[in-house]
Design a binder for this molecule. Structure first.
Ligand code: PHE
Length: 434
């Protein structure tokens, strides 16, 4: 299979994407100075980030075109867009996917009512920049600030950081998607003749079903809406026939709280946490007249179950054998992971001048590579393009990744195929090999 990748190429630039990736460091630590995405912090006794961990910052897997995590994020976003539409037909939810990963301990814990002595604050479980800042441990860290900014319906998508063992299902960096929705009385009940009979709030007792400030009826309506939305999401991704169940849960920032589990290959898998937001969080953010729900899900977990990806470390792979399996434009395309060849890829570049007076299309070259290289070719990508003003000619450089599923390819046999591709390109596309 030949897969075609388009890199963003600066006009006239001779630097490939790879060179640029390697030369920019999004985050670093030297002495007591910690720099993360253009912001500088001073380390102290709490600092426990390492150079290796910081090297993950800026990869933004959830934003990478064709990455499986981006496909899942896209599908969840699409679902929310369809579920909640304004009277004018626009999506109600805004998406925040590029928020800075360094947050204050106030954002990550206090704003969410996490007690000062709660175990989740432990240095051994988090990556602290210093006493007051850490790499966010969950996307919930942004709830309060976005509510303060006036957002009522929003999604937060981003990388989150937790100190953990590394194995097939744990990695210190993963990605979460958070959803928050605040409703007024009208939004929850619609408009009725006798609106005086409906209330969001009362001065009552906190029970296992609702907070003291919420009427049982309002809390119940929110619960039904939230669960309906999330069940719809799970069945739209995992299929109508998937077994699902709600499990009571506890989070300091929601009450009541639930987890949604689905049965996959006979095993119950926790897919997300959610609940009715603690009213105190809304009040602290300046919201008096609304009730809210929130959910948070781990994109890796969803992608692993959806595509059958066996190891969480694969998401960080830059190997085209992995990435090329997800190279489709419609995120809803079904895909199932196939083990990547354990044999090394052979990478050969090919550069040529495009014909001067004749139309040239990259797609023709891709077809040619496919016809000559067959299943030996894993990927072809345009890595460089520039125009020589003197010659008045444009040059293209393509990188071809050769790899066999079942055996080692020798350099000689790759060279032979590569030479045949060059010959055929010269004779049929009128390019001149450089
Ligand atoms: N932040 C929680 C977690 O990381 C998930 C969650 C989000 C739960 C929103 C409830 C509401 O586990």
């Amino acid at each position: 299979m030949v897969v075609v990748v388009f890199h963003r190429i600066l006009p006239g630039s001779r630097f490939s994407q790879i060179t640029r990736l390697l030369s920019t460091k999004a985050a670093s630590i030297s002495g007591s100075k910690v720099e993360v995405l253009g912001r500088e912090y001073t380390g102290d006794h709490m600092t426990n980030v390492t150079s290796h961990l910081l090297s993950h910052i800026g990869r933004d897997l959830h934003l990478q075109p064709y990455h499986p995590l981006r496909h899942v994020a896209q599908r969840v976003t699409q679902h929310m867009y369809c579920q909640y539409v304004s009277p004018r037909g626009n999506p109600l939810f805004s998406v925040h996917s590029q928020l800075h990963p360094v947050v204050t301990t106030h954002q990550n814990f206090d704003s969410l009512l996490i007690p000062k002595d709660h175990i989740s604050r432990k240095k051994s479980d988090n990556f602290y920049i210093n006493e007051t800042h850490l790499l966010r441990a969950h996307t919930s860290a942004h709830q309060s600030e976005l509510i303060k900014m006036g957002f009522d319906n929003f999604l937060v998508i981003g990388d989150v950081y937790r100190r953990d063992s590394i194995d097939a299902s744990h990695y210190p960096v993963f990605h979460q998607l958070e959803g928050v929705r605040l409703c007024t009385l009208k939004e929850l009940y619609g408009t009725h003749q006798n609106m005086d009979a409906y209330h969001l709030f009362e001065n009552g007792e906190r029970t296992e079903h609702h907070q003291g400030v919420h009427t049982a009826e309002a809390a119940r309506r929110m619960e039904v809406e939230l669960k309906g939305c999330l069940l719809g999401l799970a069945t739209s991704l995992f299929g109508r026939d998937t077994e699902v169940r709600w499990v009571d849960a506890y989070f300091p920032f929601t009450h009541p709280s639930w987890e949604l589990e689905v049965q996959i290959n006979g095993e119950w898998v926790e897919l997300l946490g959610c609940g009715i937001m603690e009213q105190e969080i809304l009040a602290n953010a300046g919201v008096q007249d609304k009730i809210g729900w929130a959910f948070g899900l781990g994109l890796e977990r969803w992608a692993m179950k959806l595509y059958g990806i066996p190891d969480i470390r694969l998401f960080w792979s830059t190997d085209s054998g992995f990435l090329s399996q997800f190279r489709f434009d419609d995120s809803a395309t079904p895909a199932s992971y196939k083990p990547v060849s354990k044999y090394n890829p052979c990478i050969n570049d090919i550069s040529f001048w495009l014909p001067k007076d004749q139309k040239y299309e990259s797609a023709d070259f891709y077809d040619l590579v496919r016809s000559v290289g067959g299943s030996l070719v894993e990927q072809v990508s345009l890595v460089d393009s520039f125009t020589s003003p003197k010659k008045q000619l444009t040059s293209h450089c393509y990188r071809i990744v050769y790899r066999h599923m079942e055996r080692v390819l020798t350099q000689e046999e790759v060279n032979e195929v590569h030479r045949r591709i060059e010959q055929k390109a010269a004779s049929t596309l009128q390019v001149s090999i450089r």
